[in-house]
Design a protein around this ligand. Structure first.
Ligand SMILES: Nc1ncnc2c1ncn2[C@@H]1O[C@H](COP(=O)(O)OP(=O)(O)OP(=O)(O)O)[C@@H](O)[C@H]1O
Ligand SMILES: Nc1nc2c(c(=O)[nH]1)N=C(CO)CN2
Length: 165
């Protein structure tokens, strides 16, 4: 049994459609779909705002690499071109955590290294898992309390659950 937390992001093209396509792509393994947030870009700040959301997925036959590959296939399907680190993208699927798995393989770092510092991940994650813990770092709620959340605002007009089928 493998349960994972996935972060979705999009800031190019029809952002909501890209997130919906990702949700539809995980429809067979979905446990929870978070609300959507409009977020100011971090890292490279001279780029359009993102839409961000979090999914919880579970599959008894999956391992952590399954989640990475499935996410990358959906990024490809969204026409993602890998160019600039932290740059604009049609769809980003990050594997945030996989229950019970720590990894320092550069192709699959677990937990995802940015998690504890990213309100864009912690806020939607806490919506679907109020007791979330970032392995090795602690309570997601306590980590979030240390962060600036000014650039993160809810988009209740976009409901990804409808894409789950
Ligand atoms: N937990 C993970 N989830 C997704 N990709 C990962 C993870 N750990 C390592 N990677 C690797 O990161 C690379 C993708 O990086 P990407 O271009 O999406 O980075 P980024 O989104 O710009 O930055 P960040 O990873 O800090 O969000 C891929 O080669 C992938 O194998
Ligand atoms: N607000 C926001 N900013 C970002 C994001 C993201 O998902 N949300 N992803 C990035 C590359 O991983 C770079 N910057």
């Amino acid at each position: 049994m493998s349960r994972a937390v996935l972060s979705l992001g999009s800031n190019l093209g029809d952002r909501a459609a890209h997130l919906r396509a990702a949700v539809a792509g995980f429809a067979d393994v979905l446990v929870a779909v978070s609300p959507v947030y409009e977020t100011a870009p971090w890292g490279v700040t001279d780029q359009p705002d993102f839409l961000n959301a979090v999914l919880i997925v579970s599959d008894e036959d999956a391992d952590e690499w399954t989640w990475l590959r499935r996410g990358q296939a959906l990024e490809q399907a969204a026409g993602r071109v890998r160019e600039q680190r932290w740059g604009p993208r049609t769809l980003d699927v990050d594997v945030v955590t996989v229950d019970g798995v720590r990894s320092d393989h550069p192709d699959l770092l677990l937990p995802h290294p940015g998690t504890a510092e990213r309100a864009t991940v912690l806020i939607p994650w806490l919506d679907v898992e109020p007791d979330a813990v970032v392995p090795g770092r602690g309570s997601a709620r306590e980590l979030l309390a240390l962060l600036d959340t000014a650039g993160v605002r809810a988009r209740p007009d976009i409901d990804l659950r409808k894409a789950a089928g």
